[in-house]
Write a protein that binds this ligand. Structure first.
Ligand code: PLP
Length: 386
């Protein structure tokens, strides 16, 4: 036996469980339709909710920034990597979110790892929704705090847990996705904020799938629920509705100032590249100015829901208040079978299986740039499978 022999065995186990994953190439540009392994498919697999990743203005902004500043930012923000462009982007995020300040990271994943590990440690406790994104879960583990999971979306369960354990710890942080990434439902944010206040806890909400999508101005779930002026830590990504790459934390002056001094995933990593920074900055401008994109997205979401209910009523649709709509299937093998059937029928909607989620499902995400005919085609294909 050699020391790497276990790799083959583990892979074999993954295959047997139908959990095996591999990449598939998209050719050409991104958009509502894409070419996947040589075949044109309607794209229901993208996080590009507003269709900005292929927008000419973002491409132009990124190209200009690369021409002016180069492809790499060449250093960390505190050493040689900081540019005026980063500050402009952070001011734009803070203005969209109506927070005092914001800080951009190289990815949303790193923003979560960084923020969570900075604000709690060994003497503290984290209360975490069971369905939270991997970056929140791993941030919690990395922080060294005691981690307690509460049942998904269960504010009453959270409260009774806090009654039981809050006095045993110094600081307490509640962490939650605002839009749950693999389900599409929302966290009960106003109630969570009340509970946080009552038990002297901080609250961190991950707006990855909400920014640009929810709220009057696209500021996210916090705006949607009318909680803009309440104290919390907001995380987000530049890589979904904003069509670029990177992540951010938005919050008070003192929070952001503290993170700039104490967050290894920001301090010891290279600053966001000029191209990504400029594209995200342009995207925020568009999110603010073109609310029609958001209303078109919501028209598409409602149209799909309506057609699903009337034409494929036996699908087990999970509760959703976002642009992510999932229907549950019996097993991982069944999910793969349906996913493949959809693909050969010209529909790209991925099978999501354990360990990403507890139960297998097909996940459909909508874009502002989908046309009615795209959605009608999806329904037609789903009817054929049923
Ligand atoms: C995608 C996602 C992230 C990670 O963001 P990246 O910028 O892609 O690293 C974090 N949290 C949630 C809820 C996400 O869906």
């Amino acid at each position: 036996m050699h020391p790497y022999a276990w790799l083959e065995q583990s892979l074999a186990t993954i295959h047997r469980a139908d959990w095996y994953r591999s990449v598939q190439s998209i050719h050409g540009g991104s958009g509502a339709t894409v070419v996947l392994s040589g075949q044109e498919v309607i794209n229901f697999a993208s996080n590009d909710y507003l269709g900005l990743a292929g927008d000419k203005r973002l491409i132009q902004a990124a190209t200009t920034a690369i021409q002016n500043f180069g492809t790499g930012s060449t250093g960390s923000r505190l050493l040689s990597g900081h540019r005026e462009l980063h500050s402009e982007l952070e001011m734009a995020i803070a203005s969209l979110k109506e927070t005092e300040d914001a800080l951009v990271f190289s990815s949303g994943y790193l923003a979560n790892l960084g923020a969570i590990t900075a604000v709690v440690g060994k003497r503290d406790v984290i209360l975490s929704d069971k369905y939270n994104h991997s970056s929140l879960k791993n941030g919690a583990i990395l922080s060294g705090a005691e981690v307690i999971e509460y049942p998904h979306g269960d504010a009453a369960g959270l409260k009774s847990k806090l009654q039981e354990i809050r006095q045993n710890y110094r600081r307490c942080l509640i962490i939650t996705d605002s839009v749950f990434s693999m389900d599409g439902d929302l966290c009960p944010l106003p109630t969570l904020l009340d509970i946080a206040e009552e038990f002297n806890c901080m609250l961190l909400a991950d707006e990855a799938h909400a920014t640009g999508v929810l709220g009057e101005t696209g500021a996210g779930c916090v705006e949607y629920f009318g909680c803009t002026n309440r104290q919390l830590i907001q995380i987000g990504t530049l890589s979904k509705a904003l069509g670029s790459l990177g992540g951010y934390v938005a919050g008070s002056h003192s929070l952001i100032d503290f993170l700039r001094n104490r967050t290894p995933t920001w301090i010891y990593t290279t600053a966001l590249s000029p191209g990504d920074t400029a594209a995200a900055l342009e995207a925020i401008k568009i999110v603010k100015e073109e609310s029609t994109r958001r209303s078109q997205l919501w028209r598409n979401v409602n149209y799909l829901k309506e057609l699903m209910l009337s034409h494929v009523p036996n699908l087990k649709i999970l509760p959703s208040e976002s642009a992510i709509i999932c229907f549950q299937v019996a097993s991982a093998a069944e999910a793969l079978k349906i996913g493949n059937f959809l693909k050969t029928s010209g529909i790209f909607a991925p099978a999501i299986r354990p360990p990403t989620v507890p139960t297998s499902r097909i996940r459909i995400s909508l874009m502002a740039t989908h046309e009615a005919s795209h959605i009608e085609k999806l329904i037609e294909v789903l009817r054929n499978f049923n």
